[in-house]
Design a protein. Structure first.
Length: 185
């Protein structure tokens, strides 16, 4: 949204508007966080939970809703636009998300359970984060805090219908198992 608190999401809205203004009749894809081996999303949770400290901080309340999509699922969905199929794909918006709609706290809980590491969590309230980012000009922290106010899930998930018959989206649990198994090897 052009009025999003997040710089990244405002830029994405500007880019969509440029595409729309150019009158390109094309496919536009929106997706939430991407997960999979080497990602910058799920890997961060795994790394924090793995650390030896018995404590961890959580920015906000952990209630930000996300619908992470596995990188392989994203690739399979995107190929659908370029491969001839019995029915023609229509230009327009396609919303892609994974099968799980979860909160950030759900992801922390699942990761902790899978790794067998319980941690005492200290939640930094959103109003404190807002004060910190207004006083201290740290762009990285400001962007992370701004993203906590945005939702990253979609009620219209086009990903399942873009897959071939019989294909399924990777679940959060499958992806965590994949990542944790690769890290143990």
């Amino acid at each position: 949204h052009p009025e999003s608190l997040s710089h990244a999401l405002r830029e994405a809205a500007e880019a969509e508007e440029l595409i729309h203004a150019s009158r390109c009749e094309d496919f536009r894809v929106r997706t939430g966080p991407i997960m999979g081996p080497g990602d910058g999303f799920l890997s961060e949770f795994v790394n924090v939970v793995r650390q030896g400290w018995p404590f961890m901080s959580v920015l906000g309340y952990g209630s930000t809703t996300v619908q992470p999509l596995h990188v392989e699922d994203l690739g399979r969905c995107l190929t659908r636009f370029f491969v001839e199929q019995p029915e023609e794909m229509q230009p327009g918006y396609y919303y892609l998300g994974g099968p799980d709609v979860v909160t950030l706290l759900d992801i922390i809980d699942r990761t902790s359970e899978r790794l067998g590491r319980l941690k005492v969590r200290f939640h930094v309230p959103l109003f404190v984060l807002g004060l910190l980012t207004s006083i201290k000009r740290t762009d990285g922290l400001k962007e992370r805090v701004s993203l906590l106010f945005d939702l990253f899930y979609t009620e219209q998930n086009d990903a399942p219908k873009l897959l071939n018959p019989g294909e399924r989206l990777h679940t959060l649990n499958q992806t965590q198992d994949e990542m944790l198994g690769a890290a143990r090897s």
